[in-house]
Design a protein around this ligand. Sequence first.
Ligand code: AMP
Ligand code: FE
Ligand code: FE
Ligand code: ZN
Length: 283
Amino acid sequence: MIDLHTHSTASDGTDAPGELVAAAKAAGVGTLAITDHDSTQGWDAAAEAATACGVDLVRGIEVSCRHGGVSIHLLAYLPDPESPTLVAELAHARASREARLARMVALMEADGVPITYAEVLAQVQRPGTTVGRPHIADALVASGVVPHRDEAFASYLHSGTPYYVAHYACEVVAAVRFVREAGGVAVMAHPFAAARGRVVGDDVIEAMADAGLAGLEAFHHDHDAEQTRHAVDLARSLGLFVTGSSDYHGTGKVNVLGEHVTDPDVLAAIEEQARSGVAVLRS
Ligand code: AMP
Ligand code: FE
Ligand code: FE
Ligand code: ZN
């Protein structure tokens, strides 16, 4: 099985990078992509574990983007992690995420929600982690306010609550360009997952394709049958490939490793299109 979208403790997953790779091996995933939000911090530990466990590793990033006020996630496979624009954009997003988390917690505290910023930081497993709302959720779970991340999102953290604060994210067409400049292969994550928030129209995806987008993640936990079909049809009409992946976050989400998978031909196309010198690590 080829699973091209997963998270570790370098962002909002609950498995350390090495644990993620071991879990993939145990689940029968032979090729795994590590795609933490706005970070390459988990790459080295994942690579070490991949060699040790016998898993092929695709090093990637899930880049936070936007189009107007709509949040978009862009998967970047095999980019040069030292590309200056990429490095600067990821650092900007991570710094903005930290300021935004503090602001959200301050708004919650002022409204009487029993939480402190120190409790949130206590949920961050590694220095340099990309922080996000799941870390607030984990603090609420730890202090018994809610039983699981899901309920924290439903009650306190979704974008319609008075506590929601946006963070910096690059405009998505510009992001496709800087991923390409870094020699990476750009795939739009869960393009039509309306349950997560607003989604963009096909015209925006067409503009992304013109800028060098390579694929759409059609098969994803948050897509229903109609959204999957729309992604497959749009990809075909724009000459893009389609991927499937789990978006596994450890115990942070119900998504299980390998629940959606990608065709070997598509993995070959990703390798073929990468221009960074970062290869798929074969074990
Ligand atoms: P943020 O990056 O801070 O905007 O938070 C978004 C992240 O929260 C996503 O990447 C998901 O991993 C996670 N998330 C969103 N909704 C839920 C939910 N209902 N339950 C668990 N995690 C969620
Ligand atoms: Fe996430
Ligand atoms: Fe995502
Ligand atoms: Zn993800």
